[in-house]
Design a protein around this ligand. Structure first.
Ligand code: ZN
Ligand code: ZN
Length: 272
């Protein structure tokens, strides 16, 4: 399994960066895990967007799904996606229409979003939308997907992607919780958010600090821990030290373009 970080920013992009998006590939199957703002452009550096088999959205926050809008425009209006050939382009009889998995109620929210400028069907026309719920288990090509609801400001699912070569657990966004620790037990790689320099001052929790992320990794017994969803305005060396101390051994800090391969002896986060 090959995991490429397309974007690791929180709700606002790093300079030149993108919000949440991870390309997960196994035996030729291409899964895009989250599609936040900036991700579509990054995706195009690595793969042709018509070759993505499935897109999976962890929760309905802008930084995890907003680039479904430009992605849908590409799938709808790119000349090669047109059923009728356009001068200078080959055209095709079967335009790509990737599968899109998103939480229950997503279709209604997509329609409300794009209806602001009068294109209600944009996303559902471009993708084959399936709404999932917590207990669902999906078999996507060679990949098995499971979900675990985690506490956040809107209904949110941590995601497990398991294939022949190993198991990736993605925290999505969450406040400290036990469910994730159980769900990620002994996982090969836990990709976990660490958004905050300190717990939320309002007292209403929705994210993790680097130390909390490290602690979740240690308690889960995760074999590798990759910290993500942090801003370039956060001191990453401080964050790494906090996470290392809580995990009990070195963590890896996600960077855009980093590649992780399972099983473990992979390229170890080197930018591709
Ligand atoms: Zn987020
Ligand atoms: Zn969120």
């Amino acid at each position: 399994m090959r995991i490429t970080v397309l974007g690791k920013s929180p709700a606002w992009q790093d300079a030149g960066g993108a919000c949440s998006g991870y390309l997960v590939e196994e035996d030729g199957f291409v899964l895009l895990l989250d599609c936040g703002n900036g991700v579509f452009s990054k995706l195009r550096h690595y793969r042709d967007y018509v070759d993505v088999d499935a897109v999976l959205i962890s929760h309905m926050h802008a930084d995890h799904f907003l680039d479904l809008v430009p992605y849908s425009y590409a799938l709808s209006y790119a000349p090669r996606q047109q059923p009728v050939a356009v001068a200078g382009w080959p055209g095709t009889d079967a335009p790509a229409r990737p599968e899109l998995y998103a939480p229950m109620g997503a279709g209604e929210r997509f329609r409300r979003l794009v209806s602001v400028w009068g294109e209600e069907e944009l996303i559902e026309r471009a993708f084959r939308l399936h709404e999932y719920d917590g207990p669902d288990e999906l078999m996507l090509g060679p990949i098995n997907v499971r979900f675990c609801e985690v506490p956040h400001y809107t209904r949110t699912f941590a995601v497990e992607v398991a294939g022949r070569s190993g198991r990736l657990t993605y925290s999505a966004d969450c406040s400290p919780n036990e469910q994730l620790v159980d769900f990620a037990r002994e996982t090969d790689l836990l990709l976990i958010e660490a958004t905050l320099p300190r717990p939320e001052r309002t007292g209403m929790r929705g994210h993790l600090t680097p130390a909390e992320a490290g602690e979740h990794g240690r308690r889960a017994g995760a074999h590798r821990l990759v910290i993500t969803h942090f801003s370039d305005e956060l001191d990453s060396e401080w964050a790494r030290a906090e996470a290392d101390a809580a995990y009990g051994r070195p963590v890896e800090m996600a960077t855009d373009g980093a590649v992780y391969t399972l099983p473990g002896a992979g390229s170890n986060g080197a930018p591709a």
